[in-house]
Design a protein around this ligand. Structure first.
Ligand code: ADP
Ligand code: ADP
Ligand code: MG
Length: 650
C-alpha cells in the first residue's frame, strides 16, 4: 500500500496520472526541471521537487535524483508515465532497492521485451506469430545481406534497441541494402548506443494494430485493440479503437496472442502488444505478426479507456498496491468507437518542423476529452516534445465518433504558435480514412493532395484587418470602436509570401468596409459583438500585436505589417523623414530649429485614402522643412531633415 505517489514525468502524461491519483485520494508529488518550474503538472501536484536542468539527461532521466526526491517527499511509489525512465530496467531495480514501489512491470519483464530480437525469439517460443525475418547475433554485413535476400525484398532493417521509429530503414531491393544498413546502424548507435539490427519482411498494405493488455503477475486480460495505422515516418498521428473492419474472429485471435505474450513474461500492469497486419486482403487471423511489446502505459491509451470505460491509470495504481486484476475478460466489452489525435506545435508546411511559442489563446472543444500538459499562457519550449494536447472523441459508432472529432477540431483554437491542427482536420476528412481504409502509408501518399493550409477568404482577411487595426481580441471587445478618430486606416497583412494591403473604412458605429483591392467586403457587428458578412458570422480572432489569428472553419495566422513603420524603419538615413508612399501633405507639425524627441510627430501625409502620421526616428533638431501642406509628393521624397549628430553637438 501507499498513500502518496511521485510521478517521474512531465507534460500531459504527468497531468493525466495526477488526475486519477488524486481522485483515488493519493498525495501527488511532481518533479520538474528548470524550464518546468511553473508547468501545469507542477501546479497540479501536492508537492513538487526540483530535479535539475532542462536537458532530460540532467533531470527527467536522473533516476538517482528522482528516487531521492521520492524518499524526501515521503512518496511510497513512483509512476514513470511513458518515455523517459518508463522502460528502464535498472531504474526499476533502483526504485525497488530504495524500498519504493514501481508502478509498472518488473525489471525482468522490461528486459525480456527491451530488445526486439530477444523479444521476437521469446514470442515465437510462446506461440505468438512473429514477422518472418532474421534476428540472430551474427551482425556481419555479408550475412545480413544474404538474409535479406532469403527473406525477400522489400525488407525492413530495424535497430534491436529501437523505439519511436528510429534506426529503421525500408529497403526495396538488394542494391540499396548496404547503404541502408550503414545509415540504420549509425542512427541506432547515436540514439540507443547499440547498433545491432534485425531484418524483417516488409509487410504489404501494413496496418499497425495493437492490443492493450493488463496483468497482475498471475492473471491477464486484454482490453481489445487499437488501430494506429495513421502514421507519419513510423510515428503515430491518429489512433482509434476498435480497428475498422475487424472481425470477432480476428479480434479474439489477436487478443489471445497478446495475452499469451503477457503470460510468457508474467506481466504486471499495463502493456501493449504491437502487431503488424497485412491488410491487402482485409483483416485475416493468419495475417498478423508480433512486432514488439511496450511495457508501459501508451500515449494512445485514452481511446481504450473511452470504449471500455476503464481508467487504466486507476488499474495501474490498484495493481501496484497489491490488488488483484480489477476485472475478468468476460466483464470487459466494447462500447462504441473512439479516436485520438496528437495536437503538436509544429510547422507542417516546413516539413513538420517542431515549433515553439507562448500559447496566448487555447481552447479545446467541449465535446472532446483533452489530455494536455499546458494551459493558456504557457510556453511550448524547445526543450521537450512539442505536444499541446491529445484530443479524444467517443461515439456509439465510428461515423459518429468521427463527426464528433471533426466538429471538435473545428472548435479547438490555438494562437501563439503554429500547429498541426489543419493537417489533423484534413486527415480526419480524408475519404479513405473516413471509410476506414487505412494503412501506414496513407499519410505519406496523401500529403501532396490534401490542403493543409486552406486559403483565407476575403471575409477572413477583412476580419483579420479589423482585429489588426483595433488590436483587440475576439468578438465583443471593440468597446472604443465608435470613438475611433480616424475614419480610414490601412494595414498590410502577410501569410508567408502572400501579402494583402487592405484599407478599412468605418461606415458607422456597427459597420465597416474593407477594401482588399480586388474586392470589397462589408462587415456588420451584431448585438453580441460578432462581425458578420452577408448575415453570416465569420469567426473569432486573437490579436497579438504583431500577428492576428482568425478561427473560422480553419485557423488563419496573419503577420501584421504596418507599411509606414516598415518603410520608415528601412529608410537609409535617420536624419531624413521620407514619404513612405505617394500622397498629399496634409500638415507639417514642426518648424526649423525646433528640438525633437524620437517618435515625435512631424507631419501628416494623406495617402491611399487615409492619413498617416510621420515621426522622427531619433532625438534631434529640425534642420529644414522640405514640404508644405497641400504638396503632392512621391514615395521616398524627403519631407523633414534633422541636423546631423555633429551639427547637433556644435
Ligand atoms: P506510443 O507507442 O506510446 O504511442 P510512440 O510510439 O508514439 O508512443 O512514441 C515513441 C516513443 O517516444 C515511446 O518510447 C514513447 O514513450 C516516447 N514518447 C512519445 N511521446 C512522448 C512524449 N510526449 N514525451 C516523452 N516521450 C514520448
Ligand atoms: P518502434 O519501436 O520504433 O515503435 P516498431 O517495431 O513498433 O518500432 O515499428 C514502428 C512502425 O514501423 C510500425 O508501427 C509500422 O508502421 C512500421 N513497421 C514495423 N515493422 C514493419 C513490417 N515488418 N512491415 C511493415 N511495416 C512495419
Ligand atoms: Mg512501436
Amino acid at each position: 500500500m501507499f498513500d502518496s505517489v511521485l510521478i517521474a514525468n512531465r507534460g500531459e502524461i504527468a497531468c493525466r496520472v495526477a488526475r486519477t491519483a488524486r481522485a483515488m485520494g493519493l498525495r501527488v508529488v511532481a518533479v520538474y526541471s528548470d524550464a518546468d518550474r511553473d508547468a501545469a503538472h507542477v501546479a497540479m501536484a501536492d508537492q513538487a521537487v526540483w530535479i535539475g536542468g532542462n536537458a532530460p539527461a540532467d533531470s527527467y532521466l536522473r533516476g538517482d535524483r528522482i528516487i531521492a526526491a521520492a524518499l524526501e517527499a515521503g512518496a511510497g511509489a513512483i509512476h514513470p508515465g511513458y518515455g523517459f525512465l518508463s522502460e528502464n530496467a535498472e531504474f526499476v531495480e533502483a526504485v525497488e532497492a530504495a524500498g519504493l514501489i514501481f508502478v509498472g512491470p518488473t525489471a525482468g519483464a522490461i528486459r525480456a521485451m527491451g530488445l526486439k530480437d530477444a523479444a521476437k525469439a521469446l514470442m515465437a517460443e510462446a506461440g505468438v506469430p512473429v514477422v518472418p525475418g532474421y534476428h540472430g547475433a551474427d551482425q556481419s554485413d555479408v550475412l545480413l545481406a544474404e538474409e535479406a535476400g532469403r527473406i525477400g525484398y522489400p525488407v525492413l532493417i530495424k535497430a534491436v534497441a529501437g523505439g519511436g521509429g528510429k534506426g529503421m530503414r525500408l529497403v526495396e531491393s538488394a542494391d540499396g541494402f548496404a547503404e541502408a544498413l550503414a545509415s540504420a546502424r549509425a542512427e541506432a548507435r547515436t540514439a540507443f548506443g547499440n547498433d545491432a539490427v534485425l531484418i524483417e519482411k516488409y509487410v504489404s498494405s501494413p496496418r499497425h494494430i495493437e492490443v492493450q493488455v493488463f496483468g497482475d503477475g498471475e492473471r491477464f486480460v486484454h482490453l481489445f485493440e487499437r488501430d494506429c495505422s495513421l502514421q507519419r515516418r513510423h510515428q503515430k498521428v491518429i489512433e482509434e479503437a476498435p480497428a475498422p473492419g475487424i472481425t470477432e474472429e480476428m479480434r479474439s485471435a489477436m487478443g489471445a496472442a497478446a495475452v499469451r505474450a503477457a503470460e510468457a513474461i508474467g506481466y504486471r500492469g499495463a502493456g501493449t502488444v504491437e502487431f503488424i497486419v497485412d491488410g491487402s486482403e482485409g483483416l485475416r487471423p493468419d495475417r498478423f505478426w508480433f512486432m514488439e511489446m511496450n511495457t508501459r502505459l501508451q500515449v494512445e491509451h485514452p481511446v481504450t479507456e473511452a470504449i471500455t470505460g476503464v481508467d487504466l491509470v486507476e488499474w495501474q495504481l490498484r495493481v501496484a498496491m497489491g490488488e488483484p486484476l480489477p476485472a475478468r475478460q468476460e466483464n470487459l466489452s466494447i462500447n462504441g468507437h473512439a479516436f485520438e489525435v496528437r495536437l503538436y506545435a509544429e510547422d507542417v508546411a516546413a516539413g513538420f518542423l517542431p515549433a515553439t511559442g507562448r500559447l496566448h489563446h487555447l481552447r479545446f472543444a467541449e465535446n472532446l476529452r483533452a489530455d494536455s500538459g499546458v494551459r493558456e499562457g504557457d510556453e511550448i519550449s524547445p526543450h521537450y516534445d512539442p505536444m499541446i494536447a491529445k484530443l479524444i472523441s467517443h461515439g456509439p459508432n465510428r461515423a459518429i465518433a468521427l463527426s464528433r472529432l471533426r466538429k471538435g477540431l473545428i472548435q479547438s483554437q490555438v494562437a501563439g504558435t503554429v500547429t498541426n491542427l489543419e493537417f489533423l482536420k484534413a486527415m480526419a476528412g480524408h475519404c479513405d480514412f473516413v471509410e476506414g481504409r487505412v494503412d501506414t502509408g496513407l499519410i505519406a501518399r496523401s500529403l501532396g493532395d490534401l490542403d493543409f493550409a486552406p486559403a483565407a477568404s476575403p471575409e477572413v482577411v477583412a476580419l483579420a484587418t479589423i482585429s489588426a487595426i483595433f488590436d483587440e481580441n475576439a468578438a465583443g471587445a471593440h468597446a472604443g470602436f465608435a470613438l475611433w478618430s480616424r475614419p480610414r486606416r490601412i494595414v498590410q497583412l502577410t501569410q508567408g509570401d502572400k501579402v494583402w494591403t487592405v484599407c478599412m473604412e468605418i461606415d458607422g458605429p456597427r459597420a465597416v468596409t474593407v477594401d482588399l483591392g480586388e474586392e470589397q467586403v462589408t462587415l456588420e457587428r451584431d448585438s453580441e459583438g460578432h462581425w458578420r458578412a452577408g448575415g453570416a458570422r465569420i469567426g473569432e480572432t486573437v490579436a497579438l500585436g504583431e500577428s492576428v489569428t482568425v478561427f473560422a472553419s480553419s485557423t488563419h495566422i496573419f503577420a501584421i505589417q504596418n507599411p509606414l513603420e516598415r518603410e520608415v524603419a528601412s529608410a537609409a538615413s535617420d536624419h531624413l523623414v521620407v514619404a513612405p508612399m505617394p500622397g498629399v501633405v496634409s500638415a507639417v507639425l514642426v518648424k526649423a530649429g525646433e528640438p525633437l524627441k524620437a517618435g515625435a510627430r512631424v507631419a501628416l501625409l494623406e495617402a491611399m485614402k487615409m492619413e498617416h502620421t510621420l515621426c522622427a526616428a531619433r532625438d534631434g533638431t529640425v534642420a529644414e522643412v522640405l514640404v508644405s501642406a497641400g504638396d503632392q509628393i512621391a514615395a521616398g521624397a524627403a519631407m523633414i531633415r534633422l541636423e546631423e549628430e555633429s551639427e547637433d553637438a556644435a
